[in-house]
Design a protein around this ligand. Structure first.
Ligand code: 8YV
Length: 315
């Protein structure tokens, strides 16, 4: 039986690759360094590209595939997909919202606790045999503190629900002022940061949000404030953040996302007031299985001319 050709930008977990292989002839871009040769070879055959949140699909990839009709992403963030370019060509885009919301919010809570209560640092004290020898600084309380949520989408709301169980007061800033929440609205990120002990970034990344967590926002967060980022590195002015952490103009940061992943600024590893994660917020067995399944369902729907499960509006 003839199998449809599919371009996979970055390898998925083995189980997902095996499932895809049952239905498609896979051409995996990340398996070769000679992308141009692979693309030139498969270009007449490729109507669908399967990618992920980090790799996305840029203008160059889109241009290399004249038959392309759909970009299916394994991830909710579509910032690495050139949406305008896709729209110009009438290329459809799907992502994997909802299925990862709970895990990303859990990571937000975990990072808030980890940084406030020095969990990774204390772990190191025990491992290094320093328990009883080193004088350990006291941590910061989390329950009852003021949480500021930047971006009250699915993840922001899931974080707010969890934080309510920690007796935190909850405020948010978003482009939309929602009337369906009991949370306090702040008109911009500076005003939100000023009223926050923990500022957690849950927003979508786009041109408007780029580096919007700026010097002014960090000044407003202040020397006792903690920044957590479970969204995208691009939302933070990273050189300024590094400077503010180094000079202790904010208390600390817990970051799952960075500029230039995975080759992040080595300055972060020098600091003792950070908790660093390699972009793992959605990386649980359960969620990744659901993301893989959604990718396959969207592909199947596309090739069988059915409505897509999670179409992302490109215009
Ligand atoms: C994933 C993500 O790490 O959903 C997103 O936007 O960034 C993450 O869930 C990624 O898409 C998997 O590669």
């Amino acid at each position: 039986m003839h199998k449809t050709d599919l371009l996979v930008v970055v390898r998925y977990p083995e189980a997902d690759m095996a499932e895809l292989e049952r239905h498609y002839t896979l051409h995996v871009l990340s398996d070769t360094t000679d992308h141009a040769a692979l693309l030139a070879n498969v270009e007449p055959l490729i109507r669908a590209v399967a990618t992920n949140g980090e790799a996305g699909a840029g203008a160059e990839l889109i241009d290399a595939l004249p038959q392309l009709e759909i970009i299916v992403s394994y991830g909710v963030g579509v910032d690495a997909i050139d949406l305008a370019h896709a729209a110009k060509r009438g290329i459809r885009v799907t992502n994997t919202p909802d299925v990862l919301t709970g895990d990303v919010a859990d990571m937000g809570m975990g990072l808030m606790l980890a940084i406030a209560r020095h969990i990774p640092g204390n772990d190191r004290v025990v491992r290094d045999g320093q328990w009883g020898k080193a004088t350990l600084p006291l941590a910061t309380r989390m329950f009852g503190k003021r949480l500021g949520i930047l971006g009250l989408g699915r993840v922001g709301r899931a974080l707010a629900r969890r934080a309510a169980a920690f007796d935190m007061s909850i405020a948010y800033h978003d482009r939309v002022h929602f009337n369906d929440t009991g949370y306090t609205y702040r008109e911009n990120a500076v005003a939100l940061a000023r009223d926050s002990d923990f500022l957690v970034i849950c927003a979508a990344a786009d041109r408007e949000s780029h580096a919007s967590v700026s010097r002014e926002v960090l000044d407003a967060l202040g020397a006792d404030g903690i920044l957590v980022n479970i969204a995208r590195g691009s939302i933070v002015d990273e050189p300024v953040l590094l400077d503010y952490l180094t000079t202790r103009r904010i208390r600390g940061a817990a970051l799952d996302v960075f500029w230039n992943e995975p080759s992040i600024d080595p300055g972060f590893a020098e600091l003792d007031n950070v908790v660093l994660q390699p972009h793992r917020s959605s990386a649980t067995v359960e969620t990744r299985a659901a993301m893989g399944q959604l990718v396959r369902e969207n592909l199947r729907a596309f090739f069988e001319d059915e409505p897509l499960v999670t179409e992302y509006p490109t215009h």
